[in-house]
Design a protein around this ligand. Structure first.
Ligand SMILES: *Cc1c(COP(=O)(O)O)cnc(C)c1O
Length: 366
């Protein structure tokens, strides 16, 4: 890999392993297993391995193509499909996912048929919607009925457990009360089928604070964690949780400066629309020293989700291929050709990892 090629994404595998290790062991202390969620980094196999090395018991993604690559890499890795299966991908789901999250009776019947054709089995976790209004079954009675359908009528499908998802569409916070509701749903299903479920999956990164505060009901024994292992930013910055043991700089963007000029901060001429058809507001700060970095929205999405390491510089704006940075208050005296480094939130990681034009440089612990 050419380390002089920009824009560049540096991925510190040691830090990712550390993060997985600290989160998985904290969860283990409360009897909770962790599926490492790799969709945020496009299912990158190096990252998958770091999560497994850190103690994740399985790997999850919303995309079956990523699970396929994981299975090709090592068929023994336990894979979890996080997005409800499309009817157009049923056979792939059976081949590449050991377990999938589900809420649809017809899809479950199709999974069962596919297993019959292939003479194999598949595990499912039924999703309960506890208010976030994305996937999942709304009424407990319907959930129990679907569980009984899987348990008693689908011979090739193993009812592995029940789960929920919060804080995605409806921005609902996972609370002790919501987790009790899931725990009660699991009890109702177990009563109806006459046996224990293997897993009760209490959500994603946003459920982790309940583990840290030791507030998770004992029945919750599984979480699906992506962001807190990959970036460890949301809980620190949005929930105000102190987690010094979690690194927040395992993914860093390196971009090269292609122009430095002192020019007005307020556009000159008749204000119309920008490159994306928007009419942004501009603040007139007079003449400012500004740099252009050769990386843009096409690479990272929204520049406001990038965090420059140098606190004296300010991200002013971006277009598809350009990032404009205010250097007026900076003491480092950059010149053209210098490189700026950024930490990031989830969205830039998602875009940068998926973009094949970005050089990926892995930093290994040894
Ligand atoms: C993406 C996803 C997760 C992981 O979410 P993070 O916030 O990255 O931890 C868990 N469960 C489901 C169903 C998901 O789609």
């Amino acid at each position: 890999m050419n380390t002089e090629s920009y824009p560049q994404l540096r991925i510190d595998l040691g830090k990712l392993k550390d993060n997985a290790q600290s989160i998985a062991s904290t969860c283990a202390d409360s009897g909770i297993m962790v599926s490492g969620v790799v969709k945020g980094c496009g299912g990158m196999l190096e990252v998958c391995q770091a999560m497994l090395d850190g103690g994740c018991e399985s790997l999850g993604s919303s995309r079956i193509d990523q699970l396929k690559e994981i299975k090709k890499y090592d068929g023994r890795i336990e894979t979890l499909l996080l997005r409800l299966p499309m009817q157009s991908e049923i056979d792939e789901v059976i081949y590449y996912a050991d377990c999938s999250l589900n809420s649809d009776k017809e899809t479950l019947a199709l999974l069962n048929q596919s297993c019959e054709r292939k003479n194999t089995r598949h595990k499912v976790v039924l999703m309960a919607d506890l208010g976030d209004l994305r996937e999942g079954i709304w009424y407990l009675d319907d959930l129990v009925e679907l569980a009984m359908f899987v348990e008693f009528e689908l011979e090739r499908i193993d009812l592995h457990g029940v789960g929920t998802n919060l804080g995605c569409y409806g921005s609902i916070k996972p609370t002790k009360e919501k987790m009790m509701e899931l725990s009660d749903s699991a009890d109702a299903i177990e009563k109806a089928i006459g046996r224990q479920l293997d897993i009760v999956s209490g959500g994603a990164t946003s459920s982790y604070p309940l583990v840290l505060n030791q507030e998770m009901p004992p029945k919750i024994n599984h979480l699906r964690i992506g962001e807190n292992i990959l970036l460890g930013r949301d809980l620190k910055d949005y929930f105000g949780i102190s987690m010094p043991e979690v690194h927040s700089d395992a993914f860093q963007l390196y971009g090269q400066i292609i122009e430095i000029q002192t020019k007005p901060s307020y556009p000159v001429g008749e204000l119309f629309i920008d490159a994306f058809g928007n009419k942004p507001e501009y603040v007139d700060k007079g003449f400012r020293k500004r740099a252009i970095v050769a990386v843009g929205k096409q690479d990272f999405g929204d520049h406001e989700k990038l965090i420059p390491l140098n606190k004296e510089i300010d991200l002013v704006g971006s277009s598809s291929d350009h990032l404009i940075v205010d250097l007026t208050d900076d003491q480092q005296h950059y010149k053209t050709g210098d490189v700026l480094v950024f930490n990031m939130y989830y969205q830039p990681m998602l875009h940068l990892c998926a973009n094949t034009e970005i050089s990926k440089v892995f930093i290994s612990p040894e």
